[in-house]
Each structure stands twice: as structure tokens, then as C-alpha cells.
Write a protein that binds this ligand. Structure first.
Ligand code: PMP
Ligand code: GLN
Length: 414
């Protein structure tokens, strides 16, 4: 990740005298400055900047409208009906059943609710617990596509493994298959795949997916997928890696209710896969949070059972928002990459003088009254120049908010 002094304006303080795993975690995430100062995550920093400058927050990916009323009501009812104590360690049976039904209904995947699923505190806990559970040596490698979601490098560093990256290059952000094949070796313990992808918005081609599975089999690696945007694909139905031939027995599939049901604060996620791998992850997960969200679990079970129209409408609504955002960004002088899935549109600010994307995004709240996230926050220090000028904008906001943001950006003087 980019050096802290370049990417971030804030610091939480100098902690160089405090030993501990926090240090390699912060360094992995690019949050540790050479003088020992540690910065907050880019999302915390940019959301704070939005408040400070009364700017429109197109940075952190959270919706500004509530999700389906049935889901919200089910959580209220669960609290009223006493679902307020520890749920079972793997999750309540009704949610485990609903996740299994969901995987069968949308993907034809058969998943045993009793032994092959765990409910987690969001996708974040599922990812970190998996890395902590499966990494066993500093020589273990985790292959990720770069740019990558911020928690990946942090959790790989915490787990004590080595991060290996495969670049996603403009204009289409698909990885080069030869580069992928060179990067996955017998040292690879895990190939971690986020699809649809945050921040680029890419959906991996079938050729890329096939190659991931082939390489995982060849080198006996575990595939870990992060599919939190599974219901927000604009180019066709989502294809989970676990349905590809040979994949299911070595794949841990992670998802979350946050994006699908606009409940990012509830932190209900899940992971499923072969029973032995799931037991390994559970062994660690039970000492992280043990359990969470007793009243939210039945509500998400209700959400997962909503009719198909809910899921298709949510996708169509978000696709429309991306179009409105994209048109606004083009009118303001950005070059826009139309996303294939997920919450985010990536735009190039080079024509506006924004090739130093971190500096550009740090100035944007005051200059334009809009907050966005610099791509530099998702890229390791040595690859910064490949992504210069790129800015990530969240489209998961009301249309009127997107329009106002676009007109502010068009009016700004850079
Ligand atoms: N993975 C990706 C790609 C994300 O964008 C996010 C954030 N929404 C997460 C994981 C974290 O998900 P959760 O809030 O369920 O922990
Ligand atoms: N997933 C959200 C994003 O990419 C951020 C979540 C967080 O703040 N950690 O914007």
C-alpha cells in the first residue's frame, strides 16, 4: 500500500514503542509511517473529511437508503420476540438453512447447513478468520489481484503470510493469464478472489475463472472467494467459482448481507465450503467474535428468501445509479470506466490535473464538496504509478445525491 505520508492526512498517533502484531497489520495495510505513526483506514479518514467539510460522501461504500422493509421488520420482530442472547456458534439454524437454499436457488450449489456453513461478523471476519486458520508459515503465500480491498493485505500480514499480487490493468482490469500462472506456485496456500471486484468494478471472465481453478488444483491451493457483490452484477448472472468443475472441494465461498440488503452496519456474513475447511475456520472464528447479530440473523434469513424480483430490481436500480454517476463524472471532465458489478465506478482524473490521486482526493472535499477514495489506497507502494489518476466513487446513493455530487464536481476549479 502507499506510504502513509502520501496517502493519508490523519494519524492516530505514534506508537513505535508498543510491540505486537498490530505493527505488521498496519504496515501490511500501508497505515504505518516510517516514524511509527499509524493512520486510520482510508474509509475512516474520508468519511471524517466528508463530515468536516459537509461534503457528499461518495467514498465509503454504504447506501444512504434503507433496504427491504420485510428485512428491517423481521429484525424488530426478532428483538421483540427475545432473540437477544448468544446464537449458536455456527449461526441460527434458520439462517444456515436460508444460506443453503440461496446457494441452491441461484447457483445450483448443494451446501449442507449443519456442517458446511458458518455465519460470521460480516465478510471481514470470515476473511480474517480464514487466513488466520489456514496460514501456517511465513513462507506461505496468498495470491490476490491488485488493486485489492484494504483488509486483504492487513489480514495476510496479521496471519504472517506473504502477499503476492497479480495486477488488474486498464482498460478492462482483467488479469494477464500468464502473469497469474507465474504468480501461483507450490508456495501458494490461498488464492483470494474478489468477484465482482472492489474497487475496479470488474467481473472476471470465464477464462480467468478457469485458470484460477486449474492453478489451484495444480499447486494444491485453497481458493477463497469474496462475493459480497454477488447480486450486483450488470453484465449477466454472477458465477461463483465454487460451481466450476473441480473447484468445490477446495473453495471457501464468502459473502455478506451488507450489500445485498443495504444493511452494512449489521455485519452478517457467511462462509461455506468443505466441512473440514469450515471446521478449521470455525476453530479460529469462535475466538474472534464467537457469535454476533442474534436478532439480525433471522432477518437476513427472511431477506435471502425474498422473491427473485427483489434481487433483479436491486441490480437494475444500482445499474441506473452508476449510469447517472458516470454521466455526471464525464460531464465534469473525468474519463469513466463503466463497472460490470458492485458499488463503485472508477474514473480517471488525469485530465483534471489529478494524476496524484491521493492528493487529488484529499483536496476534493474542500474544493468540490465531494468525497471519493483514491485508487492508491488499494495498491502496493511499488505499483502506484500503474494506477495514477484513478478515483473510486460509490454509486450506492440516492439519485438526487449523485446528481448534486456531479454538479458540484462540474463546478469545481481544480
Ligand atoms: N469485501 C469487499 C470486497 C468489500 O467491499 C467489503 C466492504 N463492503 C467487505 C468485504 C466487507 O464486508 P462486511 O461489511 O460484510 O464485513
Ligand atoms: N467496503 C467498504 C468500501 O469499500 C468499506 C468498509 C470499511 O469502511 N471498512 O467502501
Amino acid at each position: 500500500m502507499v506510504a502513509v505520508s502520501v496517502a493519508y492526512g490523519l494519524s492516530l498517533g505514534c506508537m513505535s514503542a508498543i510491540p505486537g502484531a498490530w505493527r505488521r497489520t498496519a504496515a501490511g495495510a500501508g497505515l504505518l509511517a516510517p516514524d511509527g505513526a499509524v493512520a486510520p483506514t482510508i474509509f475512516a479518514e474520508m468519511s471524517a473529511a466528508a463530515v468536516e467539510h459537509d461534503a457528499i460522501n461518495l467514498g465509503q461504500g454504504f447506501p444512504d437508503e434503507d433496504g427491504p422493509a420485510e428485512v428491517l421488520e423481521a429484525a424488530r420482530a426478532a428483538i421483540a420476540n427475545g432473540a437477544n442472547q448468544y446464537p449458536p456458534g455456527r449461526g441460527i439454524p434458520d439462517l444456515l438453512a436460508a444460506i443453503s437454499e440461496h446457494q441452491q436457488r441461484f447457483y445450483g450449489l448443494a451446501v449442507d447447513p449443519a456442517s458446511e456453513i458458518i455465519v460470521t461478523a460480516g465478510a471481514t471476519e470470515a476473511l480474517t478468520a480464514t487466513l488466520l486458520a489456514l496460514i501456517d508459515s511465513p513462507d506461505d503465500e496468498v495470491v490476490v489481484f491488485e488493486p485489492y480491498y484494504d483488509s486483504y493485505a492487513a489480514a495476510v500480514a496479521l496471519a504472517g503470510a506473504r502477499l503476492r499480487t497479480v495486477p488488474l490493468r486498464r482498460p478492462d482490469f482483467q488479469p494477464d493469464l500468464e502473469r497469474l500462472a507465474e504468480t501461483v506456485t507450490d508456495r501458494t496456500r490461498i488464492i483470494l478472489v474478489n468477484d465482482p471486484h472492489n474497487p475496479t468494478g470488474v467481473v472476471f471472465s470465464r477464462a480467468v475463472q478457469d485458470e484460477i481453478v486449474r492453478l489451484a488444483e495444480k499447486h494444491d491451493a485453497v481458493i477463497v472467494t469474496d462475493e459480497v457483490y454477488e447480486h450486483l452484477t450488470f453484465t449477466g448472472p454472477h458465477v461463483p467459482l465454487a460451481i466450476l468443475p473441480g473447484a468445490a472441494e477446495r473453495t471457501l465461498t464468502i459473502s455478506s448481507a451488507g450489500k445485498t440488503f443495504s444493511t452494512t452496519g449489521w455485519k452478517i456474513g457467511w462462509i461455506h465450503g468443505p466441512a473440514d475447511l469450515i471446521t478449521a475456520v470455525l476453530t479460529v472464528k469462535q475466538y474472534l467474535t464467537y457469535v454476533n447479530g442474534s436478532a439480525f440473523q433471522p432477518a437476513i434469513a427472511a431477506g435471502l428468501r425474498l422473491p427473485d424480483s427483489f434481487f433483479t430490481d436491486a441490480t437494475a436500480t444500482l445499474a441506473r445509479k452508476h449510469e447517472i454517476l458516470g454521466a455526471g463524472l464525464r460531464a465534469a471532465g473525468f474519463t469513466v470506466n463503466a463497472p460490470q458489478g458492485g458499488y463503485f465506478t472508477v474514473a480517471d482524473a488525469t485530465a483534471l490535473g489529478g494524476s496524484d490521486t491521493a492528493a487529488f482526493c484529499r483536496a476534493m472535499p474542500e474544493r468540490a464538496g465531494v468525497v471519493a477514495i483514491p485508487m492508491s489506497a488499494f495498491v502496493s507502494a511499488e505499483h502506484q504509478k500503474d494506477y495514477s489518476g484513478l478515483v473510486r466513487f460509490a454509486a450506492c446513493k440516492r439519485t438526487s445525491v449523485l446528481e448534486e455530487a456531479a454538479s458540484r464536481l462540474a463546478a469545481a476549479r481544480w
